[in-house]
Design a protein around this ligand. Structure first.
Ligand code: MGD
Ligand code: MGD
Ligand code: SF4
Ligand code: MO
Length: 738
């Protein structure tokens, strides 16, 4: 075979970079940035160029594994599914489907199968015991958006390319490449703000790469962003700087908000935040007077005690300064596959967890309660688990306890590409698919993108004969748990699923195919079966779609396929009030459940640093949560799983760089090597997550050579009470020389 070049969107992180892949005989020769990609223009990070290594990794699973006498052994697909059927069937029969817990990990949102067919599987299983990485991540944003804008997925993104003032909290896009704001080349886009005379301000307990590149960096005590943001709002009201701009007349609750923020003067929060009151006032004035400004908060604001309060107040500040839904402010993307959203009251707590009675949010329970839901005896206990593309043993709180829980399950199935810290507990592991062997269209991140784009990547290398794609694995699992059986006709099931999708669109007055005969739409859809057929359907019925004949210039899968470097659908446009989903049709500034938590926040304003340490996390550009540590080229260089500590604190403790310290929290103890740096605030220490690859039974030969330690052995499982999101930043720890 000759050498060829193909183009793909990288599915590893949220930046959606275009890749140019040179390959021969199903081997990658080189990957570099696709200079003609309509969005990324050649930008790439070190991870994107390693997709070939990931594909070739001998540890990557290619066949199902069954655990026999404590060891995982290769098995056929039929054997694996028969075993699952023989075990899960009786558990569901006797204890109901809620006795089967499901955990969905982050890579699901980075694949078509993961987005579309985990839903199908869940519909077929019908369990209330659903958990996901969302409650160690962005759940506060869904909740605040649900209450303020009426839909948990109406998430505003900073209009990076047109703003002149960006106030950024708890985000480090120079390492993470951005989150809940999809933009390839965040660094370049931030530098462009400054080049056009704008300003970038970063609020972070660490002076990160992003902070160093900004105009101003402000150290803040972990967990206090909500206080800081309330104080900024206080100044806006106090100094008469509130100006709703075009949203005037479309905002409810302004007076109540003014009253709620009144006690939070800069002076009242300065001690707790560790930020000077005068500085808070100045930043508030700058924000109000900037030509076009956006406030943006990410993981450091969300994974804290007051995650939802902070998330709420980020968007409140955008509203108060007239920057929400405005060019250069915080705007709402419109993806090519978007479907009409209904107006209905956002609700949480339709059911609650069994042990701690924490409310369901968006159909799931906080992963912080997973261990107790397995361990605590009694009716309704979780007896079996299905994990799909998730590694909760490294990513979720209180992992010593979770380890015990997972080890004691009656049965566990994992769909994953590795035998790792989590999947080693599984009785059956079903392999997922290498990114180069599946098609890609970014359902999740096109909805969060700072420019509207649509980009489709075909399969690069075919799956080996007899290997199902991941959507087929999920559908077959669905067949097993819904009583259709492991031998069910998957094509017929898939036609049934797709038929329902078509049926609901033709019955929906807001759909462009409302009233059309379902059979005609079914027959006219391209894409064969599976996710591609759904993609064609969603794009054709989406906002730029050809509407099955309504607009011959509109989008459909065929056109996406022809556009090798993607289709640019232009900059974001204001969407309110038309697309607001609140029942009132207004932006709700003071939703009851959020207002009710203000008292708890006010108590925290009185807390000052007490001389102890609090722990925060961090990310590195060559890492990706827990699972790229088996790619050798990314693992070179100095140890990255170190405990960052300020020089003054290190001297006080008598530790030196390279020495080890013992860390103890309410959840557990571990020791870690020290890295002394003045880039971290006094009283704060930082350890990255996703490490700890030294557990017996995992097969990650590269990662095991430099295992690091698992910081989530220290996170306690405490939550932000509104969203159920885990507290992963600002955890009190004792630090002593080891
Ligand atoms: N302390 C602390 N903890 C954190 C965080 C933090 O900042 N601090 N961050 C949190 C965040 S934001 C997140 S999103 C979570 C992530 O939490 P998880 O999603 O649970 O963890 P990942 O490390 O992303 O693990 C992904 C798993 O999917 C597998 N995988 C990769 N690709 C595929 C595929 O295509 N198919 C299948 N079937 N499997 C695949 C990998 O082998 C791995 O087992 O971690 C959270 N945990
Ligand atoms: N290279 C790489 N890229 C990734 C990932 C990865 O693991 N590696 N993970 C992906 C995923 S799943 C996600 S969700 C995104 C996350 O993307 P980001 O949100 O940009 O995450 P981080 O890079 O961890 O940056 C969070 C920052 O918050 C700071 N921080 C901690 N506590 C607080 C606090 O209380 N207040 C404030 N203001 N700051 C605080 C930390 O010091 C850190 O600098 O990254 C994605 N991209
Ligand atoms: S920034 Fe993200 S999307 Fe871009 S190449 Fe790196 S991992 Fe892939
Ligand atoms: Mo995440």
């Amino acid at each position: 075979m000759t050498r060829s070049i193909d183009f793909r969107t990288c599915p590893l992180c949220e930046a959606t970079c275009g890749l140019e892949v040179t390959h021969q005989d199903q081997k990658v020769l080189r990957i570099r940035g696709d200079r003609d990609d309509v969005f990324s223009h050649g930008f790439i990070c070190p991870k994107g160029s390693t997709l070939g290594k990931l594909d070739e990794d001998p540890d990557r699973l290619r066949t199902p594994l069954i655990k026999r006498d404590g060891r995982h052994e290769p098995a056929s697909w039929d054997e694996a599914f028969q075993l699952i059927e023989s075990k899960l069937g009786p558990i569901i029969g006797e204890h109901g489907s809620d006795s089967v817990g499901v955990y969905l990990g982050n890579p699901n949102v980075h694949s078509m199968s993961g987005v579309l067919y985990t839903r199908v599987f869940l519909k077929m299983l019908r369990t209330k015991s659903l958990f996901s990485a969302a409650t160690v991540d962005q759940m506060p944003k869904h909740v605040s958006s649900g209450y303020m804008f009426g839909h948990p997925d109406l998430i505003p993104v900073p209009d990076l390319d047109r703003t002149s003032y960006l106030l950024m909290l708890g985000a480090n896009p120079y390492e993470s490449n951005g989150s809940l704001a999809t933009a390839p080349d965040w660094p370049g886009r931030l530098e462009a703000i400054r080049e056009r005379g704008g300003k970038v301000v970063v609020i972070d307990p660490r002076r990160t790469k992003t902070a160093r590149a900004a105009d101003e960096h402000v150290f803040i005590r972990p967990g206090t962003d909500a206080l800081f943001l309330f104080a900024v709002a206080n100044v806006l009201f106090e100094e008469g700087l509130v100006d709703l701009g075009d949203l005037n007349g479309h905002v409810a609750g302004l007076d109540e908000l003014g009253a709620a923020v009144e006690p939070f003067t800069p002076e009242a929060v300065a001690g707790a935040c560790g930020v000077d009151a005068g500085r808070i006032r100045r930043l508030a004035r700058e924000l109000a007077s900037a030509d076009r400004a956006a406030v943006y908060g990410r993981i450091g604001t969300h994974t804290t005690e007051f995650g939802t309060m902070a998330s709420w107040m980020v968007d409140v500040l955008n509203v108060l300064t007239g920057n929400l839904d405005r060019v250069g402010g915080a705007m709402f993307p419109r993806a090519a596959h978007e479907q009409a959203r209904s107006r209905r009251a956002f609700q949480v707590g339709r059911w609650a967890s069994r042990v701690r009675a924490v409310p369901e949010v968006r159909g799931e329970l906080p992963v912080s309660v997973l261990a107790e839901e397995i361990l605590e005896p009694g009716p309704g206990r979780i007896r079996a688990m299905v994990t799909i593309a998730g590694n909760p043993m490294l990513s979720t709180p209180d992992t010593d306890r979770l380890d015990e829980a997972m080890a004691g399950l009656d049965f566990m199935v994992a769909v994953d590409i590795y035998l790792n810290e989590t999947t080693r507990h599984a009785d059956v592991i079903l392999p997922g698919v290498s990114p180069l062997r599946r098609p890609h269209y970014d359902f999740a991140f096109n909805q969060l993108s700072v420019r509207n784009v649509a980009n489709y990547s075909p399969v690069l290398f075919p799956l080996p004969e007899g290997t199902p794609d991941e959507w087929q694995v999920l559908l077959r699992l669905g067949a097993v748990v819904s009583g259709h059986g492991a031998a069910a006709d998957l094509d017929a099931l898939d036609d049934g699923v797709f038929g329902l999708m078509v049926g609901s669109a033709v019955g929906d007055p807001r759909s462009p195919i409302h009233g059309r005969p379902p059979d005609e739409i079914f027959a006219a859809t391209d894409g064969g079966r599976g996710p591609e057929r759904m993609l064609d359907f969603l794009v054709r019925t989406g906002p730029y779609g050809e509407g099955y004949g309504a607009d011959s210039d509109g989008l459909r899968l065929k056109r996406l396929k022809e556009a090798t470097h993607g289709i640019d659908l232009g900059p974001l446009h204001p969407r309110f009030p038309e697309d607001l989903c609140t029942v009132s049709g207004m932006v709700e500034l003071t939703p009851g459940p959020l207002l009710a938590d203000v008292g708890r926040l006010l108590e925290a304003a009185g807390r000052e640093a007490n001389g102890g340490f609090v722990l925060v996390g961090r990310r590195h550009v060559r890492s990706n949560n827990s699972w790229m540590h088996n790619v050798d080229v990314l693992m070179t260089g100095k140890d990255r799983c170190t405990l960052e500590i300020n020089p003054g604190d290190a001297t006080r403790l008598g530790v030196s760089s390279g020495g080890r310290v013992k860390l103890t929290s309410l959840a557990g103890t571990l020791t870690a090597p020290v890295e002394i740096t003045d880039e971290i605030m006094p009283g704060v220490v930082s350890l990255p997550h996703g490490w700890g690859h030294d557990l017996e039974g995992a097969e990650l030969s590269v990662a095991a050579a430099r295992p690091g330690v698992n910081t989530n052995r220290l996170s306690t499982g405490e939550m932000d009470p509104i969203s159920g999101n885990a507290i992963l930043n600002g955890i009190p720890v004792d630090v002593v020389p080891a």
